[in-house]
Design a protein around this ligand. Sequence first.
Ligand code: ATP
Ligand code: BTN
Length: 271
Amino acid sequence: MPLIDPVLLKTRLGTQAGRFDVDALAACDSTSSELLRRAERGAPSGTVIVADEQSAGRGRRGRQWLSGPASSLTFSLLWRIPGSAAGLSGLSLAVGVAVARGLESLGARGVRLKWPNDVLFENDRVNSAQLGDKFAKLAGILIELSSDRRGVQVCIGIGLNLQTPEAELAQAAAGLDQTLAGPVDRHAVLAAILLALIEVLDTFAVNGFAGLKNEWQSRHAWQDHPVHLLADGEHSRSGICRGVDDDGALLLETSVGIERILAGDLSLRAA
Ligand code: ATP
Ligand code: BTN
């Protein structure tokens, strides 16, 4: 039996349960790969795949996402929208806002966002001037878009650590248990994030990222801090991180002024 019981989840989703069609699996390669295969066969908007275990969980650019059944929550949501992919550039940031809202609705503290697709935990008990020591990755977001004549199909994949991963990772990782005073209930967590997601996606569909920018900024981990930008893992440029604009582009202040940076293959690191 998978750890998520769809009937119990439905009760947690309350009046919004009808907007989701949830399938809980004990294992799969990747919830996003499985969802994309089902999308090809015509799965509707609101389809959710949640799995206890992934054999090929992935992040951006083929990077690995590591997770264990008891210590994490890995799921993907299909969202279909009419029209084209223009204007969807801030979507991974909007999804970050939804994850933060969902976790905060359960009482989580210290949830912060890092451009373009990371949810971090800020440990204010760490007394260090080094940004990298204070922040650890709590969740990752992977957005995959494709379009056809019916419109755009968006696969939103979210991996959340319920407990700090034991694996050696390139960057520090944290667990949701560090952000909450009480126990973590995986059904409540999944429901809270799904409910926040439909709220945020409804706003995004009308106003784009502009309607969510201030909320993203209020949780921005590295506002006004010195950062390095990496392109394909290599140092590309350094500057001061000045937040994001209405399209979700990063605003980096360098010696030549403010540069607008669109996600592409870029990664941000604390200087
Ligand atoms: P970027 O700034 O480009 O987003 P990133 O290192 O966060 O850089 P992603 O592709 O977003 O890269 O995320 C994948 C990375 O997340 C992997 O390289 C791995 O180091 C890290 N990772 C994998 N599993 C976990 C996990 N359970 N918790 C935290 N981090 C993880
Ligand atoms: C990242 O930080 O790069 C994003 C990681 C996204 C991981 C989630 S886990 C659920 C879904 N299935 C996957 O294979 N990836 C996403």
